[in-house]
Ligand binder design. Structure first.
Ligand code: 5RP
Length: 233
C-alpha cells in the first residue's frame, strides 16, 4: 500500500492536502459547488483548479475563499444567484461520530452555515485530529452582535463555559459580516442539536458554531492509513 511505504508520519498539512484532493470525487460536473473556508479548504480549492472547466463555478463562504477561487480562475456566484447546491465542501474544527461539527475557527461560520443550508450534501474534509467523541474541546466560536457581548458571556458562564472576545492585533476581530466572535472554552456538548437550538435563540447571537442542523453527511478523514470515508445517515 502506498502509505505504509512512507517512513515518516504525515504532517497535519499533508493530511489536509490529501483530503482536499480526495474531495474532487464529490464535485458534480456541470453544477455550481458550495465551498467553505480554512486551510484544508485551501488545499481543496487548489486541487479544484485542475478540473475548473467541469463546473460553472462556486458559491463561497468567505472573502478569503472568494479571493482564492477567483485567483485560480474559478467563477464565484452570489448565493442569491443560484438555487439549491448539490454539494458543499468544507473543513471542521471538530467532528463527532454522528457528523455534528464545531466550525468557525476561521471566523467564517455564519456564511458557512448559510451555504451549507443551501446545499444538499455537506462533505467534510478534515485531518484525523478533528475526530472526537464529544464536541467541546475546541473553543466554540459564536458570531455575535457586539452590544450583546457581556450579557452573552454571562449566559455562557451559566452553562459552565468561559467566553472571550476573539482578538486580532489586540483589537476585537471583525468578521466578513462586520461583527465579533466569542470563543467559549470549557463546554461539553453532548446534545449538539439541543445546544444549537438553545444558543441560536439567545438575542445577539448571529450564529453558533455548532453544526448539527447542517451536519456532515460524509467526512473524508485524513489518517496515516490514507483517506477514511465516514458516512453519517
Ligand atoms: C472556518 C472553519 C474551518 O472549516 C475550520 O476552522 C477548520 O479549519 P482548517 O481547515 O484550517 O483546520 O470553520 O470558519
Amino acid at each position: 500500500m502506498l502509505f505504509s511505504l512512507m517512513s515518516e508520519p504525515f504532517t497535519q498539512e499533508q493530511l489536509k492536502a490529501l483530503v482536499g484532493r480526495a474531495a474532487l470525487a464529490y464535485v458534480v460536473p456541470g453544477q455550481v459547488l458550495g465551498v467553505g473556508t480554512g486551510s484544508t479548504v485551501n488545499h481543496f480549492i487548489d486541487a479544484l483548479a485542475d478540473i475548473k472547466d467541469q463546473i460553472p463555478g462556486a458559491v463561497s463562504s468567505s472573502v478569503a475563499s472568494t479571493q482564492r477561487l477567483q485567483a485560480l480562475g474559478i467563477r464565484v456566484f452570489e448565493a442569491n444567484q443560484v438555487g439549491t447546491l448539490s454539494v458543499y465542501i468544507d473543513g471542521a474544527d471538530e467532528i463527532d461520530g454522528q457528523g455534528h461539527m464545531i466550525k468557525g475557527g476561521g471566523a467564517a461560520l455564519t456564511r458557512e452555515k448559510i451555504v451549507a443550508a443551501q446545499s444538499g450534501r455537506f462533505v467534510c474534509i478534515a485531518d484525523a485530529s478533528k475526530k472526537v467523541q464529544v464536541l467541546g474541546n475546541f473553543p466554540l466560536p459564536v458570531e455575535v452582535i457586539p452590544m450583546a457581548t457581556q450579557r452573552l458571556i454571562r449566559q455562557f458562564a451559566a452553562l459552565g463555559g468561559v467566553a472571550g472576545v476573539r482578538l486580532k492585533d489586540g483589537q476585537p476581530l471583525v468578521t466578513d459580516n462586520g461583527q465579533h466572535i466569542l470563543d467559549v472554552r470549557g463546554l461539553r456538548i453532548a446534545d449538539p442539536l439541543g445546544f444549537e437550538n438553545e444558543v441560536s435563540a439567545w438575542p445577539g447571537v448571529i450564529t453558533v458554531g455548532v453544526f448539527a442542523h447542517q451536519k456532515a453527511l460524509v467526512c473524508l478523514l485524513g489518517t496515516e492509513q490514507g483517506v477514511q470515508t465516514l458516512m453519517f445517515p
